[in-house]
Design a protein around this ligand. Structure first.
Ligand SMILES: N[C@@H](CCC(=O)N[C@@H](CS)C(=O)NCC(=O)O)C(=O)O
Length: 194
């Protein structure tokens, strides 16, 4: 199994951190954007979007970071990072879609904005804080959802946010940062992805 990745962006880091946290037997290949590796015919045959991350497992090629997380957690059930009952799985899907459809666009808009208007993002942080009431991780025990969401809040922008009104979220984020996978994928300096 081979993972094509570029650690410093959150969609890549979430998968790479997952692989490293559980010590999964996945070969991690860091692509070279400088060499336009993701636009070669060979890579476009893996991911026609020309983006990372992408996973190759035999003749199976998978792209979209959250789909990759769910696949890895399914193929390696010892991770116990993906509930198998219908409601548990739906709960995971809910939060993975929420990250893609709400958290990521809100953070992208904030990054693009000239003014630092956090009014769209703040309620989302509040929802996460509420979800963490009485829970160590977002769904109770550690799941793919924690990796998907924490990777965004660990970006340069995420680290600059004010978490004083969301102490449970701040504590969870600190716990996530200490996990082996996120510690191993920490990138220092201004290149840290957004
Ligand atoms: N929704 C996709 C986003 C993938 C994506 O946009 N990857 C970016 C890095 S985070 C990329 O490869 N950018 C390079 C490019 O657009 O050429 C996912 O979650 O995997």
């Amino acid at each position: 199994m081979r993972l094509y990745t570029f650690t410093i962006t959150p969609n890549n880091r979430k998968v790479e951190a997952f692989v490293r946290h559980y010590g999964l037997p996945v070969e991690v290949h860091h692509v070279s954007f400088k060499d336009r590796e993701t636009h070669t015919p060979e890579y476009l045959a893996i991911n026609p979007m020309g983006r990372v991350p992408a996973l190759v497992d035999g003749d199976f090629r998978l792209w979209e970071s959250n789909a990759i997380l769910a696949y890895l957690a399914t193929v390696f059930p010892q991770t116990r990072a993906l509930p198998t009952d219908a409601r548990g799985r739906a709960d995971v899907d809910r939060w993975l879609h929420w990250q893609s459809c709400h958290l990521t666009p809100a953070m992208a808009a904030l990054k693009a904005a000239e003014e630092r208007d956090t009014s769209t993002l703040e309620p989302l942080l509040g929802i996460l804080d509420e979800q963490l009431q009485g829970r160590e991780y977002l769904l109770g025990s550690l799941t793919v959802v924690d990796f998907a969401i924490a990777a965004y809040l660990m970006t340069k922008l995420g680290r600059q946010l004010d978490y004083s009104a969301t102490p449970r979220l701040a504590a969870w984020l600190a716990r996530m940062g200490e996990l082996e996978g996120f510690a191993a994928t920490r990138v220092k300096g201004p290149a840290h992805g957004a």
